[in-house]
Design a binder for this molecule. Structure first.
Ligand SMILES: [Zn+2]
Length: 468
C-alpha cells in the first residue's frame, strides 16, 4: 500500500524543503517534488499544506510503567503511548524501575517488554537498569546489547545507587559490550545531609524545601565525578539524563571542549518552569512539582536554552512519570520528602519546545528536529528512525504551526489528574501523526489500537559519532 504526503515543508536535522513524500510498506520510498500520484487512491493522499513535516518525535526518557513501593503511575503503557502520539511522539525508550533485590539484569526489561507488547500504540525500546554490581550483572551486559538494549542507567542516588568503584566496573564492561551508560547525576550524601537538616529546622510539609535539599552543586559535583570516572575507565562515552542546572552545563561544556564524549539531555520542565512553582502554588499544589532534580532558577533555564542553541545539549526528553496529584498529596501531605517524584510530560514535549523554542526564536527549526528526533535516535541507536530519508521508517509528525491550545488536564490526553504546565498557551500541534506509514492521529482523533506499537531492537554502531 502506498501513501503520498503532498504540499509539505519537509524539515529534517539539516534541511527544510518543499517536497512530497512517498511511503511504501511502512518506509519512506521517495522524497521529491511532484511525485507521480497515479495508482494512489485519494484517501491515501495526505495534504500537508501549511504544515511542517518532520520525523516523528523520539522520547528516550520515560517511566510509563513505574511502581515505587505501593504506588503505581496512573497511566501505564497504553495511556502514556496514546498521549505521546497526540503530542507527535512515535517512539519511546523506557527506563524501567528497580526490580526485586538481586534480580538479573534482564529481569525488568523482560517483564516490561511482555506488558508493553499488548498495550503500546507507538514503537518502544528499553534501557537496562543497573541496581547492583556483581560479575553476573557485568557479564550479562554483552547479551543485553546483542538483544537490542545497548544503554543502561546508573543512579548516583536512591536505594539502587552505585559507588565510584562499581561505576568504573560498569563503564568498562559496558564499553566492552558496545553500549553507553546513562547517569542520573545527583550527589546522594548531599541530599541525605540537607534533607535531614531541613527535616529538623524547616516545615517538612512545605514543598519549598524540596529544591533546597538538592541544590545545583549537588548535580554539578555528580556530573564532574561521573566524567572523571569515565575517563579513568578509558575515556568511555556517557550520557547525562535530565540536566537541570547552569553549573552542571558548565562542567559538561569543559569536558566536551577537551574532546570527552559526553551526551546530554534536558527536559521541558527545566526550560520553562522555575522553583517559584514550589513557593507560589496554593495549598498543596507545590507537591505537583516534586521531581528529581527539582525545578531551578530562571538563570538556569536561560543557560539551558543557550545550551540547546549552541549544541552543548543534544536531546530534549521528558522523564515522564505520572504519579497523580492525589498520590503526591496522600504520601507527601505531611512530609514532602515522602511524595512520589516525577511529573507527566510525554504529550507536551514537542509542542512546548516548538512554541517556546522555535516560535520564540531561541532555536531554529532544524535544531528542533535534532533535539526531539534525530539526536536521540542516533545516540540511542534507533537506526531506522529520527530522519526523513529514503529507507527510513515512515514515522511522520505533520505539525500545524498555527494551532493553539491552552494546556489543562482536560485539553490533554495524559491519564493523570494534573499537568505541571497548566495555563500555558502553546502554539504548534500535530495535525497528523504517522507510525510506519499508518496514520495514528488525525485532527485530534486516535486511529491506532493497543498493541500496534512494535519493539525496537536498538544498536549503537559508533558511540562516538558526533551529533549535529
Ligand atoms: Zn527518569
Amino acid at each position: 500500500m502506498s501513501t503520498l504526503v503532498v504540499n509539505a515543508t519537509v524539515v529534517t536535522a539539516t534541511t527544510a524543503l518543499q517536497s512530497d513524500i512517498l511511503i511504501e510498506e511502512g518506509c519512506i520510498a521517495a522524497i521529491g517534488k511532484n511525485i507521480n500520484r497515479t495508482g494512489i487512491p485519494a484517501e491515501q493522499i495526505i495534504d500537508a499544506d501549511g504544515c511542517y513535516v518532520m520525523p516523528g518525535g523520539i522520547d528516550v526518557h520515560t517511566h510509563c510503567n513505574l511502581s515505587v513501593g505501593s504506588e503505581q503511575v496512573s497511566d501505564g503503557f497504553y495511556h502514556a503511548s496514546v498521549a505521546a502520539a497526540y503530542g507527535g511522539t512515535t517512539s519511546i525508550v523506557e527506563h524501567p524501575g528497580f526490580g526485586p533485590d538481586g534480580c538479573t539484569l534482564h529481569f525488568q526489561t523482560d517483564l516490561y517488554r511482555k506488558q508493553a507488547a499488548t498495550e503500546m500504540v507507538i514503537d518502544y525500546g528499553f534501557h537496562g537498569v543497573i541496581q547492583h554490581v556483581d560479575d553476573k550483572v557485568l557479564s550479562s551486559m554483552k547479551g543485553m546489547v546483542a538483544d537490542g538494549i545497548p544503554t543502561f542507567k546508573v543512579y548516583l542516588t536512591y536505594s539502587g545507587r552505585l559507588d565510584d568503584g562499581e561505576i568504573i566496573r560498569v563503564l568498562k564492561a559496558n564499553s566492552r559490550a558496545g553500549g553507553i551508560t546513562a547517569f542520573h547525576a545527583e550527589n546522594h550524601a548531599i541530599i541525605s545531609s540537607l534533607s535531614k537538616t531541613l527535616s529538623r529546622t524547616a516545615r517538612v510539609s512545605d514543598p519549598a524545601i524540596h529544591p533546597l535539599s538538592r541544590p545545583d552543586y549537588c548535580e554539578a559535583e555528580a556530573i564532574h565525578r561521573i566524567i572523571a570516572l569515565a575517563r579513568a575507565a578509558g575515556d568511555v562515552p556517557i550520557y547525562i539524563v535530565h540536566l537541570s542546572t547552569a553549573s552542571g552545563l558548565e562542567v559538561v561544556r569543559a569536558a566536551r571542549k577537551g574532546g570527552f564524549p559526553v551526551y546530554v539531555e534536558t527536559c521541558p520542565q527545566y526550560l520553562v518552569l522555575t522553583e517559584s512553582c514550589y513557593r507560589d502554588s496554593a495549598d498543596l499544589e507545590g507537591l505537583q512539582y516534586i521531581m528529581a532534580p527539582p525545578l531551578r532558577s530562571q538563570r538556569d533555564c536561560d543557560a539551558l536554552w543557550d545550551g540547546l542553541a549552541d549544541g552543548s545539549i543534544d536531546v530534549v526528553a521528558t522523564d515522564h512519570c505520572s504519579f497523580s496529584f492525589e498520590q503526591k498529596c496522600r504520601q507527601g501531605r505531611d512530609n514532602v520528602f515522602a511524595a512520589p517524584g516525577g511529573i507527566p510530560g510525554i504529550e507536551t514535549r514537542g509542542p512546548v519546545l516548538f512554541s517556546e523554542g522555535v516560535l520564540k526564536r531561541r532555536i531554529g527549526l532544524n535544531r528542533f528536529v535534532q533535539l526531539i528526533a534525530t539526536n536521540p535516535a542516533r545516540i540511542m541507536g534507533l537506526t531506522a528512525k529520527g530522519d526523513l530519508a529514503v529507507g527510513a521508517d515512515a514515522d511522520l509528525l505533520i505539525l500545524d504551526p498555527e494551532e493553539e491550545k491552552v494546556l489543562t488536564t482536560e485539553t490533554l490526553h495524559q491519564q493523570v489528574d494534573y499537568t505541571p504546565f497548566a495555563g500555558m498557551r502553546v502554539t504548534g500541534w500535530p495535525r497528523t501523526v504517522l507510525l510506519r506509514g499508518k496514520v495514528i492521529i488525525h485532527r485530534g482523533v486516535l486511529t491506532a489500537s493497543a498493541g500496534c506499537g512494535k519493539y525496537i531492537s536498538r544498536s549503537i554502531s559508533s558511540p562516538h559519532k558526533k551529533t549535529p
